[in-house]
Ligand binder design. Structure first.
Ligand SMILES: *Cc1c(COP(=O)(O)O)cnc(C)c1O
Length: 371
């Protein structure tokens, strides 16, 4: 392995997550692959998802992200959640992307689209993107020769506020019914995200899931069994002893309180390790915890390996994932750094080589190649 840091993307686990989510929700899946598939590699993930009948759409945030999928010859329809801006009209037309239309500015741009098919987004409490229910008469007046293929809304707090979320489910139903009254019954009605899967939404026939397909739980007691898709690893590049009293790394924020053995790991904040893990987090080596000591630096992080035997230069260090009988999840790293697993995943940088595995564990490498 030429690379000093890499991420193993277990596509079989991704497939298992899709199947498990589908058998729990029994609704069509609009798989969210924005932000390079949450750091997993959108092209490889998108290609892998092509063969899943449960997956009806791939969702991205921007037109350029959609272009990347289509340039890779991915056939599934692509929904652009962030809608359309004037500069993007050509890309939409050239690649046949479908926009989510969230305001009247975007609605005006539809007239330039060759494919007259959209999803409409309503704001039921997030106050980011989306029309209000009161806009419906004006929308209907302006939409001529346009197929409303989807109606959607979004949950801001499905993981923390049940009452708020249930109110959104009710309010969105009123919107769906209003369209029905006007003879419009879209093919896709979608409201639930990963955390929203646990709610009943009988009138919804599809879901937009991101986090859960990658194997992270949006809430602690998530009812669907999930397998982590990405494992992040790096090499030990130096091993040495330091004397009691030695300061370690920039600013000397750690001072050895005994003679120690330390390992230098080729993974720093430029690889996506939050610098706030300085003196807090840990990696796994041979199944044992190696505490991070001193400040995380751009390319390297120092760990305490005083109690780990049998360790050599070039050995594998697990940043996120399994090592013997131990493991570190994205959820754990997120909790240690006061953020959410999404941010850690998306933050795994370009320098970290993506190695795509199709089968369980490391049996078969089907396709290597960075993103
Ligand atoms: C990112 C996104 C999702 C996916 O959310 P997860 O919590 O990752 O499942 C769904 N809908 C919209 C509009 C999004 O922007």
């Amino acid at each position: 392995m030429l690379y000093r840091s890499w991420a193993e993307i277990n596509l079989k686990n991704l497939g298992d997550n899709i199947k498990n989510i589908y058998s729990y929700v029994k609704k069509d899946i609009l798989a969210v692959v924005k932000a390079d598939a949450y750091g997993h590699g959108a092209v490889n993930v998108g290609k892998f998802l092509e063969k899943f009948k449960q997956v009806k759409y791939l969702c991205v945030a921007t037109a350029v992200e959609g272009k990347e999928l289509k340039d890779a010859d991915i056939k599934k329809p692509v929904l652009v959640l962030g809608g359309i801006l004037e500069d993007e009209i050509d890309i939409f037309n050239q690649y046949g992307l479908i926009p989510v239309i969230s305001d009247f500015n975007q609605l005006e741009l539809i007239k330039y689209l060759k494919k007259k098919k959209i999803h409409l987004k309503f704001d039921t409490g997030m106050h980011r993107l989306g029309f209000y229910k009161e806009d419906i008469p004006e929308i209907l007046k302006r939409l001529k020769d346009i197929e409303i293929e989807g109606l959607m809304s979004h949950f801001p707090s499905a993981d923390i506020d049940e009452e708020f979320t249930k109110r959104q489910i009710k309010d969105f139903y009123e919107i769906v019914k209003t369209f029905k009254k006007h003879g419009i019954t879209p093919e896709y009605i979608h409201l639930q995200n990963s955390a929203g899967i646990t709610y009943e939404c009988p009138y919804c026939n599809s879901i937009r899931v991101g986090l859960a397909i990658y194997g992270s739980k949006p809430v602690k007691d998530f009812p669907v069994p999930l397998k982590q898709v990405m494992e992040v690893k790096a090499k030990v590049i130096s091993i040495k002893s330091i004397k009691r009293g030695s300061p370690v790394s920039y600013t000397g924020s750690f001072v050895a309180n005994k003679d120690m053995k330390i390992g230098v790991v080729s993974f720093g904040y430029a690889d996506g390790l939050p610098r706030s893990l300085s003196n807090r987090g840990y990696f796994l080596i041979n199944g044992k915890k190696a505490a991070i000591i001193g400040n995380v630096t751009m390319d390297m992080t120092v760990v305490d390996i005083s109690d780990i035997s049998n360790i050599n230069i070039g050995d594998e260090v697990v940043i996120v994932g399994k090592s013997a009988n131990s493991s570190i999840t994205f959820e754990e790293v997120a909790e240690l750094t006061g953020t959410i697993p999404y941010e850690i995943m998306c933050g795994i940088s370009k320098r970290v080589y993506r190695k795509f595995l199709e089968r369980e564990e490391n049996e078969a490498v089907i396709n290597t190649g960075s993103r």
